[in-house]
Design a protein around this ligand. Structure first.
Ligand code: ZN
Length: 424
């Protein structure tokens, strides 16, 4: 340690017979400068011993005894009569060395909980957390604007209900959080906003400043109308891309709704494992190319033989038509092929007369500019899903966060850690 010399090391045993080492340290200089006036003093007034805690070293515990000198200030005009020596690593009144605090902060930054690190180094929770916050705030700078911005939501804890004492009405607190992710560069998680409202998105984006928002070219979102409205307002120049994964999920939802309704109408009850449409419910939701020929034939024949209305297979075909349309992104199909496939999907849904499919077609129609932007750019929100996993991991390590700012700092550091420190 700089500015410190070890005077003596003793082997000691505690009451249980466990051995440890007692390290005596002091400053080698027999003088110090007064912190008030800067005049150097050599007049030692008294000596004191403090017990700063330091990093563990080796298998046996280490205790440190610092034999400190208190000097009297010899400058006549100085209001300070006495001062105690200190070093940069052990500042005045510090009970832990700087390197111990830094090591604890680095442990938390690498993903361990504040409580676990505190137990290991025998430090209090607030102390470990304060040093982690200092470390994180130094590392986490204002994020660079990404060319492609991803926006999506994660749930934060369980929903809570509150009763307004004045109006006696109940309201639900928003347990959701909106995440902003860099999809083009290496920025990782750029930030988080409470709730999943358009206002939260607009507020976060506007807080970044006009230069930042001007640099964003494309924004990838889930098909949520509030996000779209917010981006059109805050980033009017940006292209909005809707994530194809969520569009396929909408088609699967429509297909499941049709299957459940058909079962209810034809059997007058909910589905059972003996019903062919129920037995094939997972095959129905699988992508066609991921079904083996045998699986596909089993499903197809079961529905042809046992579902006379044909509505379930009609909905399955609508889902596959939508997937074929979205697959144009992979094959970089020309515009004519895209519009042909879109027309085929729309007419299939319209001709079916099935209400769930008509609603699906209307949703795709309402999101067509954003869907087309996905097909032509191939940009997806898939990377934000990976970030969401890291967000959940960080929350699990901490057993949940009560303080939102603490959570954001931890999560952002967890998501950006490997980019700042590639060795970790
Ligand atoms: Zn002085």
């Amino acid at each position: 340690m700089p500015e410190i010399t070890v005077v003596d090391v003793e082997r000691v045993a505690d009451d249980d017979g466990k051995t440890g080492r007692l390290v005596h340290i002091e400053r080698p200089e027999e003088w110090a400068a007064c912190p008030e006036c800067g005049v150097i003093s050599t007049s030692v007034r008294q000596r004191r011993t403090t017990r700063p805690r330091d990093l563990p070293y080796g298998e046996e515990p280490i205790e440190v005894r610092w034999h400190k000198r208190q000097f009297s200030c010899t400058e006549q005009l100085c209001p300070r009569k006495a001062f105690t020596e200190s070093t940069a690593e052990i500042p005045p009144r510090a009970r832990t060395t700087g390197r111990l605090c830094r090591a604890a902060a680095a442990q938390v930054a690498s993903g361990r909980s504040v409580a676990a690190v505190g137990r290991q180094y025998r430090l209090s929770w607030p102390l470990v957390h304060r040093h982690f916050a200092i470390h994180a705030d130094a590392v986490l700078l204002e994020p660079e604007p990404p060319q492609v911005l991803g926006i999506d939501e994660t749930r934060r804890g369980k929903p809570k209900w509150f009763k307004d004492p004045a109006t006696a009405t109940w309201s639900r607190s928003e347990p959701f959080e909106t995440n902003f992710v860099d999809l083009s560069g290496s920025g990782g998680l750029l930030g988080q906003a409470a709730g999943r409202t358009g206002a939260a998105v607009v507020e976060w984006l506007q807080a970044r400043g006009p230069q930042w928002t001007a640099a964003v070219q494309v924004v990838a979102i889930d098909p949520a109308a509030c996000y779209r409205t917010a981006i059109k307002h805050a980033l009017p120049h940006a292209t909005i891309v809707v994530d194809h994964f969520h569009l396929v999920a909408l088609a699967n939802k429509a297909l499941t709704a049709v299957r459940q309704r058909v079962t209810r109408e034809e059997r007058g009850r909910r589905g059972r494992s003996t019903d062919p449409e129920w037995a094939n419910r997972r095959r129905l939701l699988r992508a066609r190319e991921h079904l083996s020929q045998r699986s596909f034939t089993t499903m197809w024949n079961a529905l042809i033989d046992h579902e006379p209305s044909g509505q379930i297979l009609t909905a399955w075909i609508a889902k596959e038509e939508l997937r074929t349309l979205l697959a144009c992104a992979r094959t970089q199909a020309p515009r004519s092929v895209i519009s042909h496939r879109l027309a085929r999907f729309f007419s299939w849904c319209a001709d079916s007369g099935i209400p769930e499919l008509i609603t699906l077609a209307q949703t795709i129609d309402a999101w067509w500019p954003e869907t087309l932007a996905f097909i032509t750019s191939g940009i997806t929100n898939a990377r934000t899903e990976g970030t969401n996993r890291l967000i959940k991991d960080a929350a699990r390590v901490a057993f949940g966060f009560r303080n939102l700012n603490n959570q954001r700092r931890r999560v952002r550091l967890a998501c950006t850690h490997h980019m700042i420190n590639p060795a970790a």
